[in-house]
Design a protein around this ligand. Structure first.
Ligand code: NAD
Length: 260
């Protein structure tokens, strides 16, 4: 038996990086994965890899900032699978450059908060509705925050604020579910610096990307960056019934980055 055998999982940002790793690992462990993203060709590519390995899944186009999009997605999931057990919110974005707060652009603030925080709110609202219709109700919501949802970094105020918002919003939802007797657990994961396209884009804006990469490596207590799978295995645990007493918690996976 896989660790999430028979469960239906919805994963946003599943075309790339951490989301793609979550989709592959949950599928390997027996879940049917519904993958959502804006990058349809890449998403279909990840789905093809999952099917090649014998896994089961479905891909749909979804902009996580669209409430109508979420409503449609949940109709699609429930009509196709009839149940929803796991939601992993991986879709996320960050700053194109670091800026001093008095020079920060309000448009950039809005677009980062919209994807990272509004997207998590909409996901939770609509997926919880679907999870409550499952019989029996046995849900797990996993929100990918960041170590920068716990500690500040100069020049990335919108990212810090959005990820800090995801962290505390998740605790509120966890407590609401517990109080109402809704068997849905809600937890956050706080990745450190992980080698994904998001990071590679940030490095490529650097005059010397290789030197910047080595600098990032040297900043890690363990001496190297994390891999998307390091986060996906944490998500697998929280998604599985092994974590049935874990809610409102925050799982830091960062190679010791914020332990100092
Ligand atoms: P990534 O860029 O590889 O993947 C992010 C995915 O989200 C992309 O496929 C993108 O198309 C999708 N996406 C963006 N906006 C969307 C929208 N409006 N609707 C639907 N999909 C959308 O990045 P990643 O590093 O895998 O990041 C995944 C999550 O992990 C993000 O929330 C990120 O903030 C968080 N995180 C990453 C790191 C890191 O170092 N890579 C560290 C901490 C937290």
């Amino acid at each position: 038996m896989g660790r999430v055998e028979g469960k239906i999982a919805f994963i946003t940002g599943a075309a790339s990086g951490i989301g793609a790793a979550c989709a592959k690992i949950l599928a390997r462990e027996g879940a049917t994965v519904v993958m959502a993203d804006l990058q349809d060709e890449m998403g279909q590519g990840v789905l093809a890899e999952i099917r090649d390995e014998g896994g089961d899944g479905h891909y749909l186009h979804l902009d996580v900032t669209s409430e109508q999009g979420w409503a449609n997605a949940m109709v699609e999931v429930m009509s196709k699978f009839g149940e929803l057990h796991i939601l992993i919110n991986c879709a996320g974005t960050t700053h194109s450059k670091s800026s001093f707060p008095s020079e920060a652009e309000f448009d950039e603030w809005r677009s980062i908060v919209s994807v990272n925080l509004d997207g998590t709110f909409l996901a939770t609202k609509h997926a919880l509705g679907a999870m409550k219709k499952s019989d029996p109700v046995n849900g797990s919501i996993i929100n990918i925050s960041s170590v920068y949802g716990m500690v500040g970094l100069p020049g990335i105020g919108a990212y810090n604020a959005s990820k800090g918002g995801v962290r505390i919003y998740s605790k509120s939802v966890a407590l609401s579910c517990a109080q109402e007797g809704v068997n849905v657990r809600v937890n956050t994961i706080h990745p450190g610096i992980i080698d994904t396209p998001l990071l590679q884009r940030a490095l490529s804006r650097n005059p010397d990307p290789e030197a910047a990469r080595m600098r990032y490596d040297s900043l890690q207590p363990v001496g190297h960056l994390g891999q998307p799978e390091d986060i996906a295995y944490g998500a697998l645990y929280l998604a599985s019934d092994e974590a049935k007493f874990v809610t409102g918690a925050e799982l830091v996976i960062d190679g010791g980055y914020i332990a100092r």
